[in-house]
Design a protein around this ligand. Sequence first.
Ligand code: ZN
Length: 500
Amino acid sequence: MAKYLSNNGHGNRRPRRSRHKWHYYIPTVIMVVLAIACVAVIGWVIKSVSDLHDPSLNDGTGQIIIDTGSSSDPVTEPSTEPTEGAAPVDELIAQADLLAAGYDYDAAIELIKSSPEFEGSAELGDKVAEYTLLKSKTSAYAAPHTVTHIFFHSLIVDTDRAFDGDEDQDGYNLYMTTVDEFKAILQQMYDRGYVLISPYDLAYENEDGEFVYGDIMLPPGKTPFLMSQDDLNYYSYMIGTGNGKNNTPIFVDGNNDGFASKIVIDNGYPKCEYVDADGNVHIGDYDLVPILETFIQEHPDFSYRGARAILGVTGYEGVFGYRTKPNYQAELDAMHAADPDKYPSYEEEVAAAKEVAQCLRDHGWILASHSYGHPAYGNISADRVAADSDKWENTVEPIIGETDVILFPHGSDIHTWREYPADNAKFVALYEDGFRYFFNVDGNQYWNQLGNNYFRGGRRNVDGYRMYHDPEKLEDLFDVETVFDDARPLPVPGKDGTSM
Ligand SMILES: [Zn+2]
């Protein structure tokens, strides 16, 4: 991408301001567009497996099973989605109710009033009155600096294979969360009134080029929070045999460690491919993205104005499970030439990853840098930070699109807790690369900082280490005792300096 010009450290320019505005309105726009699109395609949404956008699915690992990840937890379309033959007014109200459930009462009212049926309809008039009353009960969240931010890595689907005693077991036990734990966490946080918000709603660059807290308009009893996931790459060590750090792309095989292997698009929604221990390929809710997506469809009031989590990707093994690293191109194209049914071409792989990125963005997910090679930015020189970030911009951003959010690898920040000095060489390099939202890892319940020309926040790891060693640090979010997965080998080891 083109680099953003430096503002010479004075913070008076408003780089990418229009993009902030655009981000701000995306959730509302997308919800309406999606609702309309659903009506348009209602007649043919029952898809065949050929629509999975995934040329590698039909390779020899076994049958393809389309499911939703859990028989007890079926994917339901939003309850407010219009059904075939529904009256237009009912459809309109369903769409408006969905907007109102996500606390966007103005958009709900506007949608109702935009209807030609509005004049003279008592039912629609009542709806406007209802939304107006609900809106009057909201107020701006009083303490935005206390908004907490939790983060996860890839979720463990099959604990038998993740905790099989091999060399990766301790890392998974320390830094990963299981699917069952994640689902329990979501439910408990929802029950406690937590509402997922976007960092663009928490803080944004105002007309004067200064970062300020936004007004998060919520009813009493609701608590906003941020969520992110690091390393949404489906690395070779998790999904197969071999080392994907060299020039040879590694694809999923039956020896995977019980994780999903890629994000795919299913009926317009992000889902995961997962290969079980018998080699069967499943499409469903096998990682954070589709699980949270399904949860929000079932509980639209868990998401503030369509917010989803932030997803951080590195570049050294491709993104979202697609082997898009440019160094793979020669070998992948050779593999494709030798066995075109089993392996996609490099070009096809890049195209598929771009489609996934667009699908994620369309649903409100924020895509972020997690660096190219996962070095600890705090421990390397400014020149190396700049070089790593440039490599990410040159090889990852063309695929996932522009972003102004970075999740520091290892949580390693580029400066102390004090504000970034305008002449800090690492900050200058990242600022010039377009980053405005910086997130480290911090054990505190919350830590947020409004800089002059940036926003910075701490994130809490919700993983085996934290749940086992510091359960009291998670008490505000959920009850660890009822969440902790019995399948974990105990004790969860202490940290020995390794991290993911
Ligand atoms: Zn990481």
